[in-house]
Ligand binder design. Structure first.
Ligand code: GLY
Length: 418
């Protein structure tokens, strides 16, 4: 496979390496090189399939889960997903387009294309994005924002056309159909015991709505996004700015419950949830210039820097999980945080500390502990993320969204060097 960096990148880092230690350039270029190789190989391998790469199948050991949860085995009740058959473990786990993660692989291809200008990657990005076309009719959960914005949202930037615009607006309309005026939030899930569940992850779906408002010049999408963000600000956060994972509402808009689904316990700080939160409020401020959103993002960012005490800033899967060598890290939370912090660093007078923190995450993720060697890791870029530990699912494995936000952060980092 041909893998050359575009001239602008090479020049940038020739310049950078004159002013900073040469290894600055090396880690970045290696990361792009590995990412492009892994993505292109995977995309070509799966080109005749309608499925997309999501992670690697993992199993779980009950004693380990109990140690991580620090609760009785009964805490799992019916929540555990069945262990996959032994022959599946270690194999690539694929998903169809209706999976919440379906937008990330096409999105990663778009970022890899943008970073390398390799036309092959663009062709593959278009192919995998087009697979998601039936999602224009999808309304079954809030994840439509992730699915469409990461795929078609990037396509709109890098290969715009009118069809993409109308698909984005259709998807935003479908997402808005899940908004309840009285509650002031978009409903996340249609399963489970909750009356009206809203998860912190839902903050990530708002970017699609802001985009639809810009495309149509209609404020209704952005208005809904802001109402959702305000209600979430009120009910999802504890005084220390850590976030609950799931808040459920009664029909009159009062809070039914505050708890978790993927975290260690109802009061814990699930690592990816904190990352979704800082990213979401950073987007909201960028789109609205409402200082309440900026302040929320800054408070969450400061909390993250204070609470993550690992030696490399890659958090444990939950900040309240035992700080022990066996506790899995979540590279996906770190990648989302790095991308958010780079954006936040340009919006705050105190931005340098967020930039430095993001830079150190990116450098650490680009070390061999986390960055795959070419041709390994079932074609994924990063190792060591966690999907949902309380369900025994995707523990210490690559995840397509860790790769996506890592690439997004690398792209932001490159732009900021310019
Ligand atoms: N949105 C689901 C997750 O972050 O695992």
């Amino acid at each position: 496979m041909k893998k050359t960096l575009p001239l602008c990148t090479v020049l940038l880092f020739l310049w950078t390496s004159c002013t900073k230690p040469e290894k600055e350039a090396i880690w970045f270029n290696k990361a792009i090189d590995v990412a492009a190789y892994q993505l292109e190989a995977t995309a070509e391998e799966l080109a005749n399939s309608s499925l997309l790469p999501r992670s690697i199948w993992t199993g779980y050991n009950m004693d380990f889960l109990v140690r991580q949860m620090e609760q009785e085995p009964t805490c799992f009740q019916d929540s555990l997903w069945p262990n996959p058959p032994q022959e599946k473990i270690g194999q690539r786990r694929l998903c169809n387009i209706y999976d919440w993660t379906s937008g990330f692989f096409p999105g990663s291809l778009w970022y890899a294309y943008e970073l390398t200008k390799d036309e092959k990657l663009k062709t593959l990005a278009i192919h995998y994005t087009n697979l998601l076309n039936p999602l224009r009719y999808y309304k079954d959960n809030h994840d439509i924002g992730f699915m469409i914005n990461c795929s078609y949202g990037n396509a709109l930037r890098l290969a715009p056309n009118d069809t993409i615009q109308s698909l984005i607006v259709e998807a935003a309309e479908n997402l808005c159909s899940r908004f309840n005026e009285r509650i002031g939030c978009i409903r996340s899930w249609d399963f489970g015991h909750w009356n009206y569940p809203v998860i912190i992850d839902n903050m990530m779906n708002l970017e699609l709505l802001f985009k639809a408002s810009k495309l149509t010049q209609k404020s209704k999408y952005a208005d809904i996004a802001q109402q959702h963000a305000r209600t979430t600000m009120k009910n999802h956060f504890r005084p220390d700015y850590t976030s609950y994972h799931v808040v459920s509402y009664n029909d009159d808009g009062t809070v039914e419950s505050q708890g978790t689904h993927q975290g260690q316990n109802d009061a814990s700080a699930w690592a990816r949830g904190q990352a979704w939160a800082v990213y979401g409020y950073t987007v909201c401020y960028h789109e609205t210039h409402d200082l309440d959103f900026l302040n929320e993002a800054l408070h969450i960012a400061d909390m993250i820097m204070q609470r993550v005490q690992t030696n490399d800033s890659i958090p444990y899967w939950d900040y309240d999980a035992p700080a022990s060598p066996e506790t899995p890290r979540d590279a996906s939370a770190a990648a989302v945080t790095a991308s958010a912090f780079l954006a936040l660093s340009t919006q705050s007078s105190d931005g340098q500390k967020y930039f430095k923190y993001a830079e150190s995450i990116l450098k650490n993720l680009s070390e061999k502990e986390y960055l795959a060697a070419k041709g390994t890791n079932q074609g994924y870029i990063l190792k060591h993320s966690v999907g949902s530990l309380p369900h025994g699912s995707e523990i210490d494995t690559p995840l397509n969204y860790a790769d996506y936000y890592y690439l997004e952060a690398l792209k932001r980092y490159l732009d900021m060097q310019k």
